[in-house]
Design a protein around this ligand. Structure first.
Ligand SMILES: [Ca+2]
Length: 545
């Protein structure tokens, strides 16, 4: 599994080097990656500093600046313009199974995502954004409700929100506050009949059950329209029906780049993107090898992640085919992001519309001989997050946030921006201060992770992730065991320190945090899945851990 020297350190992981940005960072300290890869000089955020590279980056950044400031072709509003004082609109863009580093702005020099990169260059990118449970249904329920699984109680693909629970989700609260709401694409919570009933809970409904359609391109569709483009068309339709007389919140949930499992081509791209990346050799991850696979517990080596690896990554040729298609699907999403931005400008809505771009869970690209998600390893739980708020001052734009942020945080964020009270049952915290470049006192220094779906094929796990440590605990039906990784020194999580006496104190501290979190985030005694607030679980409780 040779590495062409392309993988570089990006915070806590190694990612592909970026072609985007960089010439404004000439004083960053050079560091060297420590393990599982070539000793290549990199900057703290993953950019390599050679004279040629720096020159190319400067040219690219100048090009972007000219586009953004001068010609205005990006469709993004001018930060020096007067800003509207009314409540902002929202376009919440959720992708499916998109890993954190599959964006140009996140340090990937191969993938083409110019529109999302522009949002990041003019907005805020969150480098340490995570999901609290890495699976579609649970994560989406957490995004809607701002709650952990053990509070919202949705742990599978059939359990719906109760009517009372729904009233305390961000779409319901914004609609009650006068927003025009829309939903497009994969809903992801509850079975088909329940999802169909959600049409009554939105002003514009194009939501779909399951994986949002059987195919990416329906073989019976003579237009060969890709699902991603179809959802984009629907977004434009929603925006054509919006005016500045009423604020709106559009949630668009692309099913890409999630596999169409069992289809002949599981990651089928838009036909317009078929020629992308054909000549690229996408580097295999440093841990995509038998040695790393053999270090996994036996119950992980025989789990669903390995079975799907056999369909996606079992040979170098399969890896290239899967990753090229995966990248094509992401580029297809980026095209729709560009169309949405352009439509906002055309409709005169760009100055007052906040765009949030993220994914419901991460994805193993063959790391450790695994595919897909679920497990509490970095590639599975870490996801992209870009927030573009056109009302930010120029000095607040283009920065990255290091703080730990979660899928629980979106609902409180949009509610605060809309001036709507955040229900006390929500367990996330508003990102608004971070958007403005300040980390509030008491911001979380760790978070709790849980995954319990499908225990017979996906090993259940829970744990604590701090800014430095990852503590993972496996439990029944598998033998209980623990893993401990020093993310700073071992970003690929290859050296389990749980049994080492030198780390016994750290292990004990994390065990204690896990025990406390397990109780704190559970449903209180008076909580019956109706979203009732409880004195035992006060607002903002999560930040205290
Ligand atoms: Ca997903």
């Amino acid at each position: 599994m040779g590495l062409p020297g392309e993988y570089q350190r990006d915070g806590s992981l190694y990612t592909l080097m970026s072609d985007v940005g960089g010439c404004g960072r000439p004083n960053q300290t050079m560091i060297f990656q420590a393990r599982c890869g070539p000793k290549t000089p990199v900057s703290r955020d993953g950019s390599r500093w050679t004279a040629g590279e720096a020159g190319r980056r400067c040219v690219r950044v100048l090009f972007y600046l000219v586009c953004l400031v001068g010609c205005g072709t990006s469709g993004l509003p001018d930060p020096s313009a007067d800003k509207p004082a009314g409540r902002p609109n929202f376009v919440f863009i959720l992708t499916d199974d998109q890993r954190f580093d599959s964006l140009g702005c996140a340090g990937n020099r191969l993938i083409q995502t110019p529109n999302i990169d522009r949002l990041a260059a003019n907005g805020v990118r969150f480098r340490n954004h995570f999901v609290t449970t890495s699976i579609c249904c649970v994560s989406r329920a957490s995004i809607f409700s701002g709650q952990y699984q053990r509070r919202h109680g949705i742990g599978d693909f059939t359990t719906p929100f109760t009517p009372d629970q729904w009233t305390e989700t961000y779409p319901a609260l914004l609609r009650a506050a006068g927003y025009r709401t829309g939903f497009i694409g994969k809903f992801g919570v509850g079975e088909a009949k329940y999802i169909a009933s959600k049409a009554a809970d939105f002003d514009f409904w194009r939501g779909l059950p399951g994986q949002a359609g059987e195919w990416f391109i329906d073989p019976n569709d003579p237009t060969h329209t890709h699902a991603t483009a179809r959802f984009g068309n629907q977004a434009l339709q929603f925006l054509d029906g919006s005016t500045d007389a009423q604020p709106f919140c559009l949630s668009i949930s692309f099913n890409a780049p999630h596999a169409r499992d069992s289809k002949p081509r599981e990651f089928q791209p838009d036909i317009r993107d078929e020629t992308l990346y054909v000549s690229e050799q996408i580097p295999m991850p440093p841990t995509a090898n038998d040695e790393c696979f053999r270090r996994l517990p036996e119950f992980v080596r025989t789990s669903e992640g390995r079975r799907r690896w056999e369909r996606r990554f079992a040979t170098p040729e399969m890896f290239q085919q899967t990753m090229r298609d995966y990248y094509r699907l992401v580029t297809g999403i980026d095209r729709e992001v560009g169309r949405i931005v352009a439509k906002l400008a055309q409709r005169g809505l760009a100055e007052n519309t906040v765009i949030l771009f993220t994914s419901d869970n991460g994805w193993f690209a063959g790391e450790r001989g695994l595919a897909d998600k679920w497990l509490m390893y970095e590639e599975s739980i870490r996801v992209p997050l870009v927030v573009f708020d056109p009302r930010l001052r120029r000095s607040e734009r283009g920065h990255t946030v290091e703080a730990l942020t979660l899928n629980l945080d979106f609902a409180p964020t949009m509610l605060e921006l809309a001036g709507v009270s955040v229900p006390s049952a929500m367990q996330g915290r508003s990102l608004v201060p971070l958007l403005h470049g300040s980390r509030p006192a008491g911001w979380r220094e760790h978070f709790f992770y849980e995954h319990r779906y499908g225990p017979n094929i996906i090993p259940p796990s829970e744990g604590i992730r701090t800014e430095r440590w990852a503590y993972l605990r496996w439990f029944a039906p598998n033998p209980e065991s623990q893993e401990l990784y020093d993310i700073q020194r071992d970003p690929l999580e290859q050296h389990n320190l749980a049994a080492e006496p030198a780390h016994a104190t750290q292990l004990k501290r994390l065990e204690s945090l896990l025990s406390a979190a397990r109780k704190r985030f559970s449903k209180p005694a008076d909580f019956d899945r109706r979203g009732s607030p409880s004195k035992a679980n006060a607002p903002g409780e999560e930040q205290k851990n």
